[in-house]
Write a protein that binds this ligand. Structure first.
Ligand SMILES: NC(=O)c1ccc[n+]([C@@H]2O[C@H](COP(=O)([O-])OP(=O)(O)OC[C@H]3O[C@@H](n4cnc5c(N)ncnc54)[C@H](OP(=O)(O)O)[C@@H]3O)[C@@H](O)[C@H]2O)c1
Length: 355
């Protein structure tokens, strides 16, 4: 069985979504291996893999030799990276992974993108810094060694819009480790309620109340959305974390990948998102809009490095405002390549979380 390694695969967000989907694949054709900074097994992994068949392999991402040794030892065919270093080392980590994959003879490599279309990586500072030179290194490796490379893009995670839908899983924190693992086991790696709805999305969105939401906060009956240069509501491509996992698991079976592998859960105009939410809740949302010019003004007033996260979210809004295919809007070529994967639409997701 071919081996797929997931760098950063311990995460409760994308790492879990990919691992669970690969293990849930009907024929279990691929064997996953997780690369991590330590060999600690997260509770969700212990829940779905009680026998420890999915190894968690400790690597030093700052050492190409450490990465390539691990990949060679486990005879890795495909390397997917979802690793995200927030300490300033993301660019080095990404470049070392390409080099390590290349040295180890990995046949397919996916750098850590998993966001808006690649156009956004030219304009959003933190994303640009993390990705600087990475795709060029991938293309070089592809030319020189035949290692196939692809950037998987999926739009904004839909799970941001489920934040606050369920009572906080506080009780979970009172659980013993074994009780938590049992809860996760019953839900196939996701504990019922908040965890299953949010699917591990980071609560780091920029809504004014500090809830961690982005664009929409149904629980607070409010929305903060950008307008396009013409004053209309832009479209927004969005996918649940678990659907990203399902598409990637299906894409592993494809013989060839395109350089940009775009996954679309749904593409919805922001005013439609607001109306859907209002219809579900039976209440109006207080909607605050922001023009591209005001976004530029706010960005200009930020103070670095303190406002680094604010900059990220404002720049993301500025990209969404452009209403551009290949940026905030994606053309789902992976959906066409894997037509048997049926993603959850925005309406379905919101209905499941909020009604
Ligand atoms: N589309 C969207 O809306 C959206 C939103 C957020 C993120 N993303 C993208 O999705 C991907 C995963 O993001 P995420 O938020 O799920 O990531 P995350 O959970 O913050 O991090 C993923 C993994 O990276 C590893 N990691 C963390 N710090 C590290 C460091 N300093 N050095 C090396 N590894 C480190 C950790 O694994 P170990 O501790 O096991 O080493 C962690 O589990 C990224 O490409 C990110 O840009 C997309």
């Amino acid at each position: 069985m071919p081996v797929v390694a997931i760098a950063g695969g311990t995460s409760t967000g994308l790492g879990r979504a990919l691992t669970v989907a690969i293990l849930e694949s009907a024929d279990r054709h691929w064997t996953p291996v997780i690369l991590s900074r330590s060999d600690k097994r997260p509770p969700w992994l212990r829940a779905i893999d009680a026998d420890g068949l999915v190894p968690v392999v400790a690597v030093d991402y700052m050492s190409v030799a450490s990465i390539s040794d691990a990949l060679r030892t486990h005879k890795v065919h495909t390397l997917l990276s979802v690793a995200l270093a927030k300490d300033g080392s993301q660019n080095r980590l990404q470049l070392n992974l390409v080099e390590g994959a290349r040295e180890a003879g990995v046949q397919r490599y996916v750098p850590s993108y998993w966001g808006l279309g690649v156009e956004a990586y030219r304009h959003v500072t933190v994303m640009r810094m993390g990705a600087e030179g990475v795709w060029e290194a991938c293309e070089k490796a592809q030319r020189e060694t035949g290692m196939q490379c692809a950037r998987f893009n999926c739009g904004g995670f839909m799970n941001y819009f489920g934040i606050g839908a369920h009572p906080p899983a506080r009780q979970q924190q009172q659980l013993t480790d074994e009780e938590l693992v049992e809860q996760l086991r019953q839900g196939g790696g996701y504990a019922a309620g908040e965890d299953a709805g949010e699917q591990g999305v980071d609560r780091d969105g920029d809504m004014a109340d500090g809830s961690g939401c982005y664009l929409l906060k149904p629980r607070g009956l409010c929305a903060e959305v950008p307008l396009s240069p013409s004053g209309g509501y832009p479209r927004f491509t969005t996918t649940t974390l678990r659907d990203v996992g399902r598409f990637v698991a299906a894409a592993l079976e494809l013989e060839t990948w395109e350089g940009d592998m775009n996954i679309v859960g749904d593409t919805v105009r922001l005013d439609e998102m607001i109306r859907t939410t209002e219809a579900l809740l039976g209440k109006k949302l207080a909607v605050e809009t922001i023009s591209p010019a005001d976004l530029d003004k706010q960005i200009g007033q930020l103070r670095m490095p303190d406002d680094f996260m604010k900059l990220l979210w404002l720049e993301l809004k500025r990209e969404h405002a452009k209403d551009e295919v290949g940026n905030g809007v994606l053309d789902g070529n992976v959906n066409r390549m894997c037509p048997h994967v049926k993603p959850v639409s925005f309406k379905e997701y919101m209905h499941a979380q909020w009604s």
